[in-house]
Design a protein around this ligand. Structure first.
Ligand code: HEM
Length: 381
């Protein structure tokens, strides 16, 4: 994003804030080369500033941004797509798969840059960034992998087809798929699996996370029959043994599970998508170890939701939440040591997360072994 566009967006955000007089505001800016927006509940932050980490008040103070730029916090905001869904209502893809031996001449860094440019194009979407929903698409297209049958995973990008697109775990991900369709139109040679995983890497890096090495090689499935059955992704209402079953099925071990759960430092739950509501901490567009700190340092109380579900909320800032399964996982002896490690040491978390996420998005991909490994340059570098 160039400076002109950036300042235009800020000005617009500022105007909305003045007109809105909202009690919960966010700011979007670039800090130290990171695209950042911070959700801040004023009532909460003035009551009890967070200790350490990337908490909203501390960051706001550090950045000297004050409340000058703000926007509504609206958890049920809906997204209207401008592009038609790709093939999800169909059972066959119009796009031909790449032949395995085909040499593609794609400038993946350019693809990365175009996705990065798109991340904060709509300051009114959620917390001001499409990063979290793109990141979630990368995880959900990969997390269906089953090491026994060697089915699922990011190879195939089968979420383009109706059965998988309509699995309830994937609610809301049409937003991400539609956004990336615009990129695919510009680079029609890229496979959807490569595009979706590259977008996940881009979101993490641009929102302040670690560099994640990435390589191309996923081939698009042609038929809905290659979709995985519903139920392969984790269910938030269950307990730690379910998390183990799901991730061990992919070949992901306990330490990697906990590292990947740190992905919840980004984004939020949406009542109309999952029946849960709210972000996991106050800076949901800033990748950090704040998720682990929140689990370790806050007091969690149960809250019943209008969806009929319940979730944990921070006693001192009830817009911040944890899913039922997350406290069960945190309280598991085998997992806890890693949660505590990552809460204490962000560098170790970043290193472990990068390795585990690379592994996740490569599960089941038929690499030949001679693929180039990309380490994408951040657009802010
Ligand atoms: C036990 C494992 C997990 C469960 C039960 C779970 C469940 C959920 C649920 C219920 C939501 C809310 C969806 C919505 O309402 O929009 C969500 C959002 C999200 N999840 Fe997970 N998740 C798990 C693991 C992961 C992992 C491993 C990652 C990444 C590596 C991840 C990344 C995300 C992101 C970024 C969002 C926010 C999306 C947005 O803001 O639109 N999750 N997850």
């Amino acid at each position: 994003m160039n400076n002109l566009r950036s300042s235009l967006i800020k000005a617009r955000i500022g105007n909305r804030s003045l007109a809105a007089n909202s009690s919960i505001v966010g700011v979007t800016s670039r800090v130290g080369g990171v695209r950042l927006s911070i959700m801040q509940n004023r009532a909460y932050t003035s009551d009890r500033p967070r200790k350490g980490g990337a908490g909203g008040l501390k960051l706001l103070t550090l950045l000297g941004l004050g409340g000058a730029a703000g926007y509504y916090y609206n958890s049920t905001q809906s997204f209207k797509t401008k592009t038609a869904p790709v093939t999800e209502t169909e059972t066959k893809s119009k796009t031909a798969p790449a032949a395995k031996t085909e040499k593609k001449n794609i400038d993946y860094q350019k693809v990365y840059n175009d996705i990065a440019e798109m991340l904060d194009e709509d300051p009114e979407y959620d917390d001001g960034s499409y990063g979290p929903v793109l990141f979630r698409l990368a995880w959900h297209c990969s997390g269906t992998y089953d090491k026994e049958t060697q089915t699922g995973g990011s190879n195939g990008a089968t979420m383009r087809f109706k059965p998988e697109a309509t699995h309830s775990a994937n609610n809301g991900l049409a937003i991400a798929r539609d956004l990336l369709e615009k990129i695919h139109q510009k680079y029609p040679e890229i496979s959807y699996g490569d595009l979706w995983t590259l977008a996940g890497v881009c979101a993490v890096q641009e929102l302040g996370g670690p560099t994640i090495p990435w390589r191309a090689g996923r081939q698009d499935a042609l038929e809905a029959s290659q979709c995985t059955p519903d139920g392969r992704l984790p269910d938030a209402t269950k307990k730690e043994d379910h998390a183990r079953d799901v991730f061990h099925r992919m070949g992901i071990n306990d330490r990697e599970i906990v590292a990947l759960m740190g992905g919840h430092t980004l984004g939020r739950c949406h009542l109309d998508r999952s029946g849960f509501d709210g972000p996991w901490q106050e800076a949901p567009t800033f990748f950090s170890n704040e998720y682990y700190k929140a689990l370790a340092n806050r007091t969690w109380i149960k809250k019943n939701l209008e969806s009929g579900q319940w979730q944990w909320v921070d006693k001192d800032n009830t817009v911040v939440m944890m899913l039922p399964i997350e406290l069960s996982m945190y309280n598991d002896k085998g997992f806890k040591k890693y949660y505590d490690l990552y809460a204490k040491d962000q560098d170790v978390f970043f290193k472990d997360f990068a390795a585990a996420f690379k592994k996740l998005i490569e599960l089941g991909v038929p690499f030949t072994g001679d693929e180039k490994v990309y380490e994408f340059k951040r657009t802010t570098e």
